[in-house]
Write a protein that binds this ligand. Sequence first.
Ligand code: ZN
Length: 344
Amino acid sequence: MAVLLYHEDFKLHDPSPYEHPENPRRLNLMLSGLRDYGILERFTIPELPLGDVEDYRLVHSEEYLRRVASRGVNGVEWLDPDTYISPGTHKALKRLAGAARLAVDSLVDGEDLLLLLPRPPGHHAGRNGAAMGAPTLGFCILNTSALIARKLSSHGRVTILDFDLHHGNGTQEIVYDDPGIQHVDIHQDPRTIYPGTGYPWQTGGPGAEGTKANIILPPGSRDDVFLEAARLAVDLIRGFDPDYIVVDAGFDGYRGDNYMSSVSLASPSYHELGAMLRRLGRPIVVVVEGGYGSGLLEGLPAFTAGLLGLGDPVGRDAGRSTRDVRERFEASAKELLEGLGLRR
Ligand SMILES: [Zn+2]
């Protein structure tokens, strides 16, 4: 039976008295979405142990971990204009380290599907904090999916697939030179959105060429373009032939989810991507990243249903992109494939 990982301690990362879109209510939204569509009952929910934040030394510098440990101890502090840290954040991070350890142990022991609902999120956090020249940490503190991937990579080949609307710049920075970890990232055109990174010509550092892929969604993309991007991502994953798949699942491209996105997707995009990943037949751990409203209430259950081999329980209508958007997508996909030395 599939395994769901979350803990009430994840709500201790709390911006109060400030308002912030990344707040404890997000965990309730994730659980509500899964419960409302009958997905939650398909999972077992083990008790999550406290772990050791020092585990994150596999993906972050000691200096950065010391900086995180020293901040927000006596009240909410801002690491940068986007990103807060609160007294309870430290316990949430310990619990996340425990979740990462449990996820890796379970997969290595033969579990085939885990879903982690973490807070705070992580994919913008690079080795020393804000990554690849990004102005901020973008709500993220420690990169849990990169940690899970790095730990799994001592047991086999690992793919990270990130479909959050924003580029996983922290993840790219951390794994760019690692030939044992493929990183495929679908995100809105970086010239139009935070963090402004993640281009098709970036295909991996020395010794890891061809193991990284940035798939760009032009602003205005709808489900047809997203599904083309998803098929391309799955083709690339099949080509890498991983033993494990870590999915950085962001739902901030969902229609009406938030004010940041210029992409508008409905449940079929997420459901079909989940179904495609299931068909790869590899052990999968899903780590939720962005999503602030409708994306968590509808996109997350649709995606999870696809992973579980169920129909789309949300059942929204797919939207179609304009011709201009489709042509821009084709051009950037072609650039990516040429950079990888592949043709379709
Ligand atoms: Zn995002």
